[in-house]
Design a protein around this ligand. Sequence first.
Ligand SMILES: *Cc1c(COP(=O)(O)O)cnc(C)c1O
Length: 415
Amino acid sequence: MKYEQVRTIDPAVADALEAEVDRQRETLSMIASENHVSEAVLEAQGSALTNKYAEGYPGKRYYAGCEYADEIEELAIARAKELWGAEHVNVQPHSGTQANMGVYLAMLDPGDKILSLELEHGGHLSHGHPANFTGQTYEVEQYQVDPDTGYIDYDSVAEKADEFTPDIIVSGYSAYPREVDFQRIQDVADAVGAYHLADIAHITGLVAAGVHASPVGIADFVTGSTHKTVRAGRGGIIMTTEEHASAIDTAVFPGAQGGPLMHNIAGKAVGFKEALQPEFTAYAEQVVTNAKVLAETFEDHGLEVVSGGTDTHLVLVDLRESHPDLSGGTAEDSLAAANIILNANTVPGETRSPFDPSGIRAGTPGLTTRGFDENDIAEVGELIYEVVDNHDSDDVIYDVGERVKELCDANPLYE
Ligand SMILES: *Cc1c(COP(=O)(O)O)cnc(C)c1O
């Protein structure tokens, strides 16, 4: 990829853009929330639609000249409905956090109560963290995973809901490797008269492909990211029933946002079309198979995998037992030096600081996009273990880094 027009105006930015493409080509992108979109999605996102104001919704805009914006947004909505089976879809949220903001704004008043999973146990900032607007606007109570099993403690969700009487219960997580039982959370919500927001940001693609159970038709609101396991470019989405459709649309615009990012909505339309192809199901299945192989490889080497495995695209490793002196942050740095990019993560029962926690989180969506299969992933697991186990050996880091480059060359990206 050459950024020739950028280069004539701004060589510094062109250099960095080209270097970023090379970085993605030459490293293993294993941050569980990241992926690589197709060049078709990139092209749509880089289109002249970035120039267009289209406040409002298809057919009822506040500006003239929206006929093509309408066409594209309607395509994005129709495809999303087909992918996830929702009655109503809003494709305008700029991000997953904005999608959640839309739901809260539509259904809650300041001071209302949110029950959600604790951040350290795999939750998300936008579920009520004190540093986020949600923690500052609403009253928040949090549930946890069972420290022994690593699974959501559904009984404690029910107990907390009874005591706290939340207005909304949030399910769906950032660092949870297991299948979520959305119906069980819905039963708790029904019992206490709360709404249920299922935030499937991480697993949007897995749900679309049917490799993870869907909350659509169960939860009142389903929010998602369009850039994680579905490869439709950076953004958010809200799905709901006809009953709540106009409340959601009004909350997104004019409630939380101004003009929609129509170029990103074009990217969503194209990425959703790709996800409707039969190959996408095979992709999503391979993502999960690869994550399972990664978890097994780690366990074979004595690393502690939270919950003992995975049902999804991600694996969470708790380093405290096997490598008590190694923090997640140090592991992240050593792995990055070996061209393996993943992130340090808190683990259930965290005893270190959130800035340098005890775990690492690894995802398979990006590598699977590049064509990595079980054998490749098993080798990647071995390489990760070698670095973790020899995190201060420059020789090991160098050798692993060279092997990673070969694996990248064998599975090229953006040719
Ligand atoms: C990634 C994520 C989001 C969305 O994050 P943005 O960066 O705002 O797009 C929302 N909820 C959960 C659980 C996530 O993991």
